[in-house]
Ligand binder design. Structure first.
Ligand code: NAP
Length: 299
């Protein structure tokens, strides 16, 4: 497609940003729909974040994705953020308005998407989230939205876990089939307590740590012995998308669990952002297929 004087710009800001797969996904969608847009990766150092946003507004950039290390730091620079982004404490998508930049968090919808497509009794599902970092916050919000019965978060650092727990103390979010927000309730545990948590029936076990991510592909946050104790109708969900499959997913498959990897979350969070920026339905199948082809050819 030809770049002309009318071509509009979307993008992603992060530092580093060269590894981002978002340009692959979004440009495939743009090309498929024949839109006069391009999606570019912009390396923005933390000290330049405010200047970058001012510059982007000055040149009429339509919107951008936001990744590490800017997801929290960008919040005070925005004119408005959604209650969901406020609850999660992170913004991964911004768009330009006449009154300034607005932001939201599409990781929650991306995370929920493959789960919402399943017929499950989420109220009877116990969630075990491994890790208490940024992605775990979107996962907690997503599991609450689904209406999951109990949400357990497992971490290695007691003070960080306590801080994580208290950050949800006054957070209310809507759950499935209801517009009424309800209190987000979680329980936190150190890893030593993991065998007790995973022993529950109907488990949704989520890896939100980087353990097992390329190049450390031989590692898994959970050993085969613990995986074997999990009920067979349970789900193992790894947020990691390289390698495919991760060791965690391999062990879960061997234990007979239903498995989900991080590719669908990546595609769906991008699809929600695309729709926000361009006000039209994204070609999700094209985005998914392009991502999977790229991952297959390069990893
Ligand atoms: P983060 O903010 O750095 O959090 C990582 C968490 O994992 C922290 O709680 C950290 O514990 C814990 N952790 C790290 N190494 C550990 C180890 N060896 N043992 C035990 N715990 C460990 O990272 P994030 O942004 O949440 O991302 C987490 C993972 O999710 C990454 O692999 C990322 O690629 C993936 N992700 C995928 C998507 C997607 O679209 N599929 C989106 C977002 C993130 P401490 O806090 O104690 O250090």
């Amino acid at each position: 497609m030809v770049i002309t004087g009318t071509t509009k710009i979307l993008g992603v800001i992060g530092n580093p940003i060269g590894h981002s797969l978002s340009p692959i996904i979004h440009n495939a969608a743009i090309e498929h729909l024949g839109l006069d847009y391009r999606y570019l990766a912009f390396p923005v150092a933390p000290a330049n974040l405010a200047a970058a946003l001012d510059g982007f507004a000055a040149i009429g950039l339509v919107g951008c994705s936001v990744t590490i290390p800017h997801k929290q730091a960008i919040i005070p620079l925005l004119a408005e953020i959604t209650p969901l982004a406020q609850a999660v404490g992170a913004v991964n998508t911004v768009w330009n308005t006449p009154t300034g930049w607005n932001g939201t968090n599409t990781d929650v919808a991306g995370f929920v998407s493959p789960l919402a497509a399943m017929q499950r009794d989420w109220g009877n599902t116990t969630v075990a989230i491994l890790g208490n970092g940024g992605a775990a916050r979107a996962v907690v919000a997503g599991c609450h939205q689904l209406g999951c019965g109990e949400i357990h978060v497992i971490g290695r650092d007691a003070p960080k876990l306590a801080e994580f727990k208290s950050s949800w103390a006054n957070i209310q979010l809507s759950i499935a089939n209801s517009d009424l927000p309800t209190q987000v309730t979680i329980q936190t545990h150190l890893w030593t307590d993991l065998p007790n948590v995973v022993g529950k029936d109907n488990l949704l076990l989520i890896n939100s740590t980087p353990i097992g991510m390329s190049p450390q592909v031989a590692n898994s946050p959970i050993e085969a012995e613990i995986m074997a104790r999990i009920g067979a109708d349970s789900i193992a969900y790894d947020l990691i998308y390289t390698p495919r499959p991760t060791k965690f997913i391999q062990l879960a498959k061997e234990a007979g669990l239903i498995t989900i990897d991080g590719t669908e979350m990546l595609v769906q969070q991008g699809a929600v952002a695309f729709e926000l920026w361009l006000q039209q339905s994204p070609p999700v199948d094209i985005m998914r297929q392009t991502l999977i082809e790229h991952l297959t050819n390069t990893h």
